[in-house]
Design a protein around this ligand. Structure first.
Ligand SMILES: NC(=O)c1ccc[n+]([C@@H]2O[C@H](COP(=O)([O-])OP(=O)(O)OC[C@H]3O[C@@H](n4cnc5c(N)ncnc54)[C@H](OP(=O)(O)O)[C@@H]3O)[C@@H](O)[C@H]2O)c1
Length: 333
């Protein structure tokens, strides 16, 4: 199987490392697996014989790979000419229009290329269009890394809860806000100081509004609702309140009654992201950068998953999606 990686940033680079480290496990499923193209915003590498993953994992810029680099060329050209079987899409999230990832994913699926993505934007904008497109073209579209990082929420429901109906989902879906709220709760830090610390430690972006105003969590609510509860909802359907208004007073009052305050995304009859009081002994009440997802289903009743929602651990979700595609394609061959 021939694979492309679109986007050579944090995720793309980590995936190359994982492909190299796990090459024996990958070969057990598909001994001909190779990465034939990798792109970024300024051009791409393409070699139909397969790129050297050992070399690729040590370079910072694609230009440094040497031969096979096409400067100034768009990823669309790579997708068009590559005859790949699989594309991993890891470009930046833009929730306004899902671009540039949405165009890349449409192009791949229309060309019969299965897609694994960690990018929320295209799914928030066009979830049902893309899943229909994948089905029509006999391709896989997997997106485990888009929600709650390494927590295998979609795989769990797809594989292990096939007979269950998901009735309600609630969760801590943003690690940055959970970190800030945890520092405020346990260390009595102000919101401003906790945010500054999160930025200094690389937990929050310099533009923190995406996290602290609940936008990132709302994107995840939309994807969960559409993917796991068969809804047809948009970003605008989510009622959003961020954490800027949470005061020290509110937190210490909560603490006195054995509650914490957490930014919770909820999919019920309505969609909401808002700070909520959570009993300190509830399984959702996790701290630091951890995420947690609480599922309520008709048969299993309640299941809570806890894990890392972003960072290095996300590669687990992306790699496992790739292995799922390889297995399915091998079975179908
Ligand atoms: N980082 C995480 O922990 C994490 C966790 C879960 C999900 N995600 C999601 O995964 C995606 C990738 O995240 P990341 O952290 O790897 O982002 P990143 O470090 O910003 O890397 C993005 C990559 O996409 C490339 N790119 C931008 N525009 C492009 C275009 N038009 N054509 C081709 N490539 C383009 C960039 O190229 P240049 O280098 O040339 O700018 C860069 O290589 C994002 O959607 C993010 O929200 C990230």
């Amino acid at each position: 199987m021939k694979a492309l990686i679109i986007g050579f940033g944090f995720i793309g680079r980590d995936l190359v490392k994982a492909f190299y480290e796990k090459k024996d496990a990958i070969r057990k499923i598909d001994r001909d697996f190779k990465v034939i193209g990798v792109s970024h915003s300024k051009g791409y590498l393409h070699n139909d014989e397969g790129l050297d993953l050992q070399r690729l994992q040590h370079i910072k810029n694609l230009e440094d790979y040497g031969s096979s680099y096409h400067a100034g060329e768009s990823s669309l050209g790579l997708i068009e000419k590559s005859e790949a079987d699989l594309m991993v899409e890891a470009t930046p999230t833009r929730i306004k229009d899902g671009e540039p990832g949405l165009t890349f994913i449409r192009k791949a699926l229309n060309s019969g290329i299965s897609v694994v993505t960690s990018n929320k934007g295209p799914l928030v904008v066009a979830f049902h269009e893309l899943t229909r497109l994948a089905e029509k073209n006999g391709c896989e579209l997997l997106y485990e890394g888009t929600v709650a990082g390494a927590i295998p929420i979609f795989s769990l429901v797809r594989e292990c809860l096939q007979g269950d109906r998901v009735l309600r989902i609630s969760g801590i879906l943003n690690g940055t806000t959970n970190y800030i709220l945890s520092r405020m709760y346990f260390d009595e830090m102000s919101f401003e100081l906790a945010l500054k610390e999160a930025q200094e430690r690389g937990i929050s972006e310099r533009d923190s509004s995406y996290d602290v105003d609940g936008i990132d969590a709302a994107c995840k609510v939309v994807i969960l609702a559409n993917a796991l509860m068969n809804r047809n909802v948009k970003f605008e359907d989510v009622e959003i309140t961020g954490i800027r208004g949470i005061t020290q007073e509110a937190l210490s009052l909560a603490k006195k009654s054995n509650f914490a305050i957490k930014l919770i995304g909820t999919i019920d009859s309505t969609l909401e992201v808002a700070p909520k009081l959570v009993p300190i002994n509830h399984p959702l009440c996790v701290h630091g950068t951890l995420n947690a997802v609480h599922l309520e289903t008709d048969l299993a009743k309640e299941i809570t998953l806890v894990g890392y929602g972003a960072g290095r651990e996300t590669v687990s979700a992306v790699l496992n999606d790739v292995l799922t595609v390889l297995r399915k394609k091998k079975k179908a061959a």
